[in-house]
Structure formats: C-alpha cells, structure tokens
Design a protein around this ligand. Structure first.
Ligand code: MN
Length: 249
C-alpha cells in the first residue's frame, strides 16, 4: 500500500506532520506539499514557470507551486510507483459547503482523483490545531477503513472529510453527508498601505445558509465526522431542457 500525502497549508504545517505520522503505520508514505501556505489555491496549476522539488530535513518534499502542482508532479513523473491512495490535509480549518470550490486541500485530493487514484481530503473544523491529535487519529481510522473495506463504487472515489474540533472521546459517529451552502462571503476589507495606497483584503467566508440535517455543517456541529463523496461534473443536468428550449426559441 502506497499513500501520497499533500496539503495546502505548506510542508511545515502541523496538520501535515500529524497526518504523515499516523499514516506511516498503515502504508508506505510519500509527502509532497507546497513550500508556503497556498490555502484558497483551488485547482490551479502553475504553467508560466518551471517547478522545483526540494526535500526538507523531515523527508517531506516541497514545491514552489500549488497543491495541485504537487500531486500532479508526484503522480505524473516523480514517483516510481503510482500511489494507491492520495490523502490531503489535515487542513487548519473546515472545508465545508462552498469552501470546497476554493479549497487547496480538496484540490490536492481532487488532482489524485482526476488522475485515477482514490483520494481523501481531511480538515479540522476549527483553526488553531487544538484537537489535531484526535483528528489525526480519526483520519488514520478512516484510511484504515478504506484499506480494509473496498469502497462500494465502480471507480476511484473522492471523499471530503471534516472532523469536529473535539477530544477523541467526544467525537461522534462517521456520517455520509452532502455539501451545505454558505451565505455570500463578507465584504472585502478596505485599508491603506503605509504609502497611502488603497488595498483590499478578501473578507471571511459567509456563515452557513443551508446547514440542515444531512449537510456537512449539520454533522460537524453535532460533533460527528462528516464524509461527503464528491464528483467533478459541473453540468446542471436539470437545466438541459431549459437550455435546449431557450436556444430553439
Ligand atoms: Mn489550508
């Protein structure tokens, strides 16, 4: 069993170290991650310059690129063997609902999935690593389940897992969820730099809007481990007829 691990918080992130430490007991692990925090990088690939892979004292490889670059490089050229599983995280903060569109954590897993390798993204629901050790233990158990019990799908699967920020003993059952939705992001924060120029900080994500039963938000708020199966087809199938009629009108 070979597992490729990446993240979007950078190769120095505590969540990456915790994940690698736990998964080393299950499989042969290779870690490749961005050289700096690339949270919010989504699925971007670096196409305007070459990329370098260096190795830290920890043995982790790091790349001057995005999470997607890391997994892409590893699978399409760097590794001698294809991994059996790509695991991303553990992100410092939740990736639920609309977050998944922007998330580099989910994107790293998604790149593995796009290249035909099953993949799991792990996020801890609150920033600050308070209960990172218990989240890492849950992550190991989920991966163990994946190894022991073949996932009942015909092809590779992409799972988005959010773990509540609680002591291990207080974490509830694992539940299958759908993505909820957030309100619009809060406004950009306008400020002035020291030279007096107007600058903008992107505002925080909105609060949950669709957080009802069955959603990732609902599960994590109840102390459960949210497991959302994702796919990539963006086609709005329900609008196919409307589009056809509109084009014919
Ligand atoms: Mn991140």
């Amino acid at each position: 069993m070979r597992i490729l691990i990446s993240n979007d918080d950078g190769y120095f992130a505590p969540g990456l170290a915790a994940l690698a430490r736990e998964l080393q007991s299950l499989a042969q692990v290779t870690v490749i991650a961005p050289e700096r925090d690339r949270s919010g990088a989504s699925n971007s690939l670096t196409l305007d310059r070459p990329l370098s892979v260096r190795t830290a004292a920890s043995g982790f490889h790091y790349v001057n690129g995005t999470p997607t670059d890391c997994v892409h490089i590893a699978i399409t050229g760097m590794l001698e063997h294809r991994p059996d599983l790509v695991v991303s995280g553990i992100n410092d903060g939740a990736n639920m609902g609309d977050d998944t569109i922007y998330s580099g954590t989910v994107a790293a897993a998604m790149e593995g999935f796009l290249l035909g390798v099953p993949a799991i993204a792990f996020s801890l629901s609150h920033r600050g690593h308070e209960h990172l050790d218990s989240a890492a233990r849950v992550a190991r158990e989920v991966v163990q389940r994946f190894i022991d019990n073949p996932y009942p799908a015909p092809g590779p699967v992409l799972l988005n897992v959010n773990i509540p920020n609680r002591p291990y003993e207080q974490i509830g059952p694992w539940v299958s969820t759908r993505l909820g939705k957030r309100h619009h992001a809060e406004e950009v924060i306008k400020s002035r730099n020291p030279r007096g120029d107007l600058i903008y900080w992107i505002g925080p994500a909105g609060n949950a809007k669709d957080a009802g039963p069955g959603t990732d938000f609902h599960a994590v708020a109840a102390g459960q481990v949210s497991v959302t199966p994702l796919h990539i087809d963006l086609t709005a199938t329900s609008l196919a007829d409307a589009t056809r009629n509109w084009l014919a009108s």
